[in-house]
Design a protein around this ligand. Structure first.
Ligand SMILES: [Zn+2]
Length: 279
């Protein structure tokens, strides 16, 4: 297991996690100024603690921000608050889930571990960084309904959480929503930034272009899926097989939480009413 340290302009980061079966199972946390963004998965606590202590000694961490409630992002928030004695801020919609905890599918606690509950505070729309520049909170639902990205316009940076992850997704989680993801990428692209700090890939230098490519791909995919469904009267499993082929390793490893079927079915979400008429 090798964790990766990131240095990019004013940002320091840590990508920590396991590699398994060819999947990228690392999650990142980043520091900019005195702000720590996301906290890594619970089973990487030792590496995260080392990173946080070091960053705190050098820069004086004074707050932790979370992008959403998932355990590979919020997983060490409770322990970090204890260690650094700082407030933890999270999107309004995450607060309840962070407080009560969520039930995890088996694969999730095997891969990431179980997070401790945390009482976080709602993150404001805009914060001031240590260098006097601003950090803006951009709602970006789709991956989850509570996710936000953090934009540092003066540094041309977007902390994109799980908005990007890959240019051409083949799978979608059960709780993800393709049309909402598309809308969120468009919204984020309205703002100024070049580089994306992705929670899984790390630094994506051509991040703006990468997000633009992803949204183009997803729109094209949704277009084909809707045509095949509405006009050619194909069923979702047939369309899935035709476009993406059979389910692969990710499907079996996650007990079906990640599936090609979810992605194809989700492309139809937005047109649920229209498809009901076609039926
Ligand atoms: Zn996530």
């Amino acid at each position: 297991m090798s964790n990766e340290r990131i240095t990019y302009g004013p940002v320091e980061g840590l990508r920590a996690g396991r590699y398994g079966l060819g999947l990228n199972l690392k999650a990142a946390c980043y520091r900019i100024g005195r702000t720590l963004i996301d906290t890594g998965p619970p089973n990487q606590w030792r590496a995260v603690r080392r990173f946080a202590i070091e960053q705190d000694e050098e820069h004086g961490i004074d707050r932790v921000l979370l992008t959403h409630h998932h355990e590979d992002h919020a997983g060490n928030a409770a322990r970090l608050r204890e260690l650094l004695d700082v407030p933890v801020y999270a999107p309004e919609k995450s607060l309840d889930r962070l407080r009560r905890g969520i039930s995890l599918e088996t694969y999730r606690w095997i891969v990431w571990g179980r997070p401790r509950p945390i009482e976080a505070e709602p993150v404001p729309e805009s914060l001031t960084l240590a260098d006097g520049t601003s950090l803006r909170t951009l709602p970006a639902p789709g991956h989850t309904d509570d996710m936000v990205c953090y934009l540092a316009p003066a540094h041309d940076l977007l902390f994109a959480a799980d908005l990007y992850v890959t240019r051409r997704p083949e799978y979608l989680r059960m709780d993800e929503h393709a049309p909402r993801l598309i809308e969120s990428i468009h919204n984020v692209l309205e703002h100024d930034f070049d580089t994306v700090l992705c929670s899984h890939q790390g630094v994506v230098e051509d991040g703006r272009q990468a997000l633009a490519d992803k949204v183009k791909y997803m729109e094209a995919l949704c277009g084909v899926v809707r045509r095949r469904y509405r006009y050619d009267k194909l069923a979702v499993p047939e369309i899935t097989d035709e476009i993406l082929g059979r389910e692969g390793m990710l499907y079996w490893m996650t007990g079906g939480d990640f599936s090609k079927h979810n992605l194809i079915a989700s492309c139809l979400d937005e047109v649920a009413d229209a498809s009901a008429i076609v039926d």
